[in-house]
Design a protein around this ligand. Sequence first.
Ligand code: UDP
Length: 457
Amino acid sequence: MARGPFASSEGIGRAREPWSALNRALANDGVDAIGDGASALSSFATYEETNVRASYDVVIVGAGLSGCVIAERLSRELGKRALVVERRAHVGGNCYDYVDEHGIRASKYGAHLFHTKHERVWEYVKRFSEWIPFDHRVRGVVASAETGESKLVPIPPTMDTVNALFGTTISSEEEMEAWYKSERVFPADGAEPANGEEAALMRVGPRLYEAIFKHYTKKQWDKYPNELDASVLMRLPCRTSTDDRYFSDPWQALPKRGYTRIFENMIGNDPNVDVRFDADFFELKRLGKLPKYDLLVYTGQIDSYYAALGMPKLEYRSLRFEEEYIEDTEDGLFFQEAMVVNYTGADVPFTRIVEYKHVPNQPEGRHEKPGTLIAREYSSAEGEPYYPVPNPENRALYERYAELAAKEQGVAFVGRLASYKYFNMDEAILNALEVFDNFVETGALEPKRAPSAFGSA
Ligand code: UDP
């Protein structure tokens, strides 16, 4: 098969018909007020005691999705003044992206693919960006069960994946359903799957589990699936068709000028919002350098907030990226076939390779020029926290922290790190929007429904 850009007759980054038609995102949908113009962002600066007000309605810790959505809503709807303190030197949290010295848009903290089934979220994000439809499709380098030879196959598993790995000639959804049926192993007595291994076995059976899920999961979490909640392994769909899209949501798209631009449009020029970088909330607090405020929105790790209590720390997983710019590739343009290629075996230490050039929101014309940037992704226990680790032990410990948080007056704990919840981007946005709704309706700045009520892990 031809190497990238990962296109079909529908366009770059688009799945084949009929699957591409399931994506309701339209080309250039949405508004980007800054657009291609110069972006002088009056709200953003490095923290200095002299460039913050004496008092704010709200101090928000963290300029990621949750913090920025809340700042934007409070300002635009209620005229509230917010100070956003951010430890790093940029806005956007782990969504932060930029154009590198080779003219390639890259994500500092790994690939981010926006997808949602929540119309409210889709309508909201369209206010801050133009969007380009993108049907994220992943390939995996997977050892064939028959021969042991490595094959490049669609992930999540589709009809083509099974045929390639097991030498079958399945050609209809009925045959595929029958194949799954013959493979699947269910927990005894009709019970719910107790962990990730049971979840995977009841979806795909032991052979696909071994080939695609078991070792990848160990590399990603440093835990085998039986040490993780079932929900982690339920994140991926499992196809009976040839639909090779990674997600099933009705809206799947990429921001035309990158994710960072969304945050700039949200609060970058808002006179009610001051975003201050290189600002460690705890350090500023300790030094008595914080202004006065009525409410605090905390989006960092919940256990860091309570560090002084000396309770056990929550487990978070981090990622490390080994980036490489390749001037000369085999076909002159691309390194691999798709934006993301997973390496599911224990024989390679990294989990996946991301090649940014495949996405349609690269700067104009970059696809046709030689030279490509790839990032090998390694999972690690050290470094910036990316993922909570969903399992019963961590959940029980989180509950202890959540009890403390519930008693805290005037502090809202919001987002992936503070709620210890594996939110997808759209869920983080929806959760933050609901925190704002709650504030309007009841005066309480806290989530309307438990983070656990959100879909995925
Ligand atoms: N997973 C796997 N093999 C794969 C892809 C995913 O075993 O090829 C499992 C793994 O446990 C992973 C989880 O499914 O952590 C969720 O994958 P997802 O791609 O949603 O993870 P993220 O993109 O959030 O890192």
